[in-house]
Design a protein around this ligand. Sequence first.
Ligand code: RIB
Length: 293
Amino acid sequence: MRILNFGSLNIDKVYKVPHFVRPGETISSLGYQCFPGGKGLNQSVAAAKAGHMVCHAGTIGADGSFLEEVLSAGGVDTRYVRKTEGITGHALIQVSEAGENSIILFPGSNYENDQDYIDEVLSKFSQGDILMLQNEVSNPDYLLQKGKEKGMRIMLNPSPMDDFLRQADLSGVTWLMLNETEGKEMTGEEAPGRILDWLLRCYPNLQVILTLGGDGAVYRSKDEEISQPCYPAEVVDTTAAGDTFTGYFVAAMVEGKSAQEALRLAACAAAITVSKEGASVSIPQRSVVEDRM
Ligand code: RIB
């Protein structure tokens, strides 16, 4: 079973702020750093650091070569990463003193993934392989449809949430990993239990992992429901916490671990990520996570 992540590659411009900028307000940041990021890149790095070979596919522009180097250094197979002359996707990230973040995306070359490129990459994978998807690249509908047709097991992180996702056919998705805000937007429900009810009613075979910030995460399938508390952490920057959770969860699934074991591993890895600044640079190696557990 192989893992393909068809995902975003971003340059993260991170500004430490006293509070998130309000409408009409101008504020000075307390600090600035530039990091490799993108939900796709972060999730590939997380799965690779968890100990699994991940192939990443996605497009970087002329200014994004270092992202490919970061993937390689993190143990990710980059043979399907494509380069264009466009501008690499980037994210403007405000990080508050409480460690919360607020993100503006410029998709850039992440929106240059055309159907021919997708077909070419997917032709190298087959039934039973895992396809990791988020919503920061072009043609997400085509990726979902083709992954389903091939019988790939799809992990979808519906982020950022938009109209496409609200109406998308998720019948080919095996695992849906989303946070509470995304769950509310997708279902129109408020309470976590009702969000899960809604999703399982529409897609009875789906396995949903709903992350609840400081309240941990809940997993529900047609057979079981599991609550996973957070591991204690001193929160410095929550960026890539969800990505770490996703990558580690997928890696545990590949190993044949139970959902309960996968959730514990993913929650512990995410707790370490939030205690450091930055996105992919804050994702821990598997040995560090196991020591902590
Ligand atoms: O999930 C965190 C990521 O979201 C950041 O790295 C940023 O690039 C955005 O894609």
